[in-house]
Design a protein around this ligand. Structure first.
Ligand code: PEP
Ligand code: MN
Length: 342
C-alpha cells in the first residue's frame, strides 16, 4: 500500500498516519516527493484494506502496490539509486567498469593485471579470493591471502575492490577488505546470507541466478534492502537457455526491464554471459547501447595459465581497445565513463 498525503497535510496528520501503520505492526517508509509526501507500507502478508487509511485527515489517496518487491521497485522510491563506490557513483550517467582476473592467483599476477586495467581506464578492480567452483577439485581461491593481496593492489593502484562473499563464515573478513561485496549467481537465493548482508552498509552487487526470473531476482534484492542497506546494484551475467553455442545466454532485454520497474542500478557481465573471449567485446558494446550503468569484465594477461575462466578472459591490450569503444558508444548516448567525484 502507498499512502499519498495531500499537498497541504500537517505534521500531526503525517504522524497520525505513521502511528496507525505501526499500530498494525507494519513498517512505514516516508517518501518525500516534489509536491507532497507518500508513505509506503511493508510487512503485510496479504492485501491491506484501503479503508484503513483513506478517510484519515491529510490523506489524499491510498494505492495498493501489487508487486511484492516494494523497496526494490519504483513505487516507494523517487528517482534512481546511485551507489557510491570510492570516488565513483554507480547508477548515474557515467559508466563504471569493473575489471580484473576471475581469481586472485598471486601477488605478481594481480598487480600486473590491476595496473593494466587501470591504465586502460577501468575504475574498479575485481578478483575472487573465494571461488564458487562446479568441481570440488578445481581451484577454490586463495581465501584470506587473496583478500590481503587485493588490499595490496588497492594500495598500489587506488582502485576500489569488488570481491565475492561466498558464505556467512567469511563475511566479516570479506567485508573488511571489499569496497563492494559480490553475491554470485549461485548464491542469489541464499536468503540467510542476503539477510546478513542487508545489515551492512557497504555496497552489494547481486548477480542474477543461473535461471532466475526478473521477479525472483528483485525479491532477492528486496532481502538485501530489507534491513536498511540501500547500496545495492544488480548484475546480469547470462542465464541458462537451450542455446549450446555459449556458456550462458546474455539477457540484454532485462536491462531496460529492470530500469522500468526498479530504481537500482544494473550492470552487465559479458564474460560469464558468453564464456568465449571473442564474444565479450561485442556483448559489452551492446550492453552499453542497451543502457547498462556499467560492466564487469574478466581480464588476464596469461589466460592460458589462468586458474579459473581463462577462455573468457580478455588480454589487457584487447581490453584497452574495448574501453575506448565503450567510451565512444557512451559518449554517443550522452554518457561517458564515470569520473571520480570530489
Ligand atoms: C564471478 O564473477 O567470478 C562469478 C563466479 O560469477 P557468477 O556468480 O556470475 O558465475
Ligand atoms: Mn569467472
Amino acid at each position: 500500500m502507498l499512502i499519498l498525503m495531500s499537498s497541504d497535510h500537517t505534521k500531526k496528520q503525517l504522524a497520525d498516519v505513521l502511528a496507525r501503520v505501526k499500530k498494525l505492526r507494519l513498517k512505514p517508509h516516508v517518501i518525500p516527493g516534489k509536491n507532497s509526501i507518500a508513505v509506503g507500507i511493508t510487512g503485510n502478508a496479504g492485501a491491506l484494506d484501503k479503508a484503513l487509511f483513506e478517510g484519515l485527515p491529510g490523506v489524499a489517496d491510498a494505492v495498493p502496490v501489487t508487486k511484492p518487491y516494494k523497496l526494490a521497485g519504483r513505487n516507494f522510491h523517487h528517482g534512481d539509486t546511485i551507489v557510491p563506490i570510492g570516488p565513483y557513483g554507480l547508477g548515474g550517467p557515467g559508466l563504471v567498469v569493473i575489471a580484473g582476473p576471475c581469481a586472485v592467483e598471486s601477488e605478481e599476477q594481480l598487480i600486473r593485471i590491476a595496473r593494466a586495467v587501470k591504465k586502460a581506464g577501468a575504475q574498479l578492480l575485481r578478483g575472487g579470493a573465494y571461488k564458487p567452483r562446479t568441481s570440488p577439485y578445481a581451484f577454490q581461491g586463495l581465501g584470506k591471502k587473496g583478500l590481503q593481496l587485493l588490499a595490496k593492489a588497492k594500495k598500489e593502484t587506488g582502485m576500489p575492490i569488488v570481491t565475492e562473499v561466498l558464505d556467512q563464515r567469511s563475511l566479516d573478513e570479506v567485508e573488511r577488505y571489499a569496497d563492494v561485496l559480490q553475491v554470485g549467481a549461485r548464491n542469489m537465493q541464499n536468503f540467510a546470507l542476503l539477510k546478513d548482508l542487508s545489515k551492512l552498509r557497504k555496497p552489494i552487487m547481486l548477480k542474477r541466478g543461473l535461471s532466475a526470473t526478473l521477479d525472483e531476482w528483485l525479491m532477492s534484492a528486496e532481502y538485501l534492502l530489507s534491513a536498511g542497506n540501500k547500496n545495492i546494484f544488480l548484475c546480469e551475467r547470462g542465464i541458462r537457455a537451450f542455446s549450446d553455442h555459449a556458456r550462458n545466454t546474455l539477457d540484454l532485454n532485462v536491462v531496460p526491464a529492470v530500469k522500468e520497474i526498479s530504481h537500482l542500478p544494473i550492470i552487465v557481465d559479458p564474460s560469464h554471459a558468453t564464456g568465449v573471449r571473442a564474444r565479450v567485446a561485442p556483448m559489452a558494446r551492446a550492453a552499453v547501447a542497451a543502457g547498462a550503468h556499467g560492466l564487469m569484465i574478466e581480464v588476464h594477461d596469461r589466460p592460458d595459465q589462468a586458474l579459473c575462466d581463462g577462455p573468457q578472459a580478455l588480454h589487457p591490450d584487447d581490453f584497452a581497445v574495448l574501453m575506448r569503444d565503450l567510451g565512444a558508444i557512451g559518449a554517443a548516448l550522452g554518457r561517458g565513463l564515470a569520473a571520480p567525484q570530489a
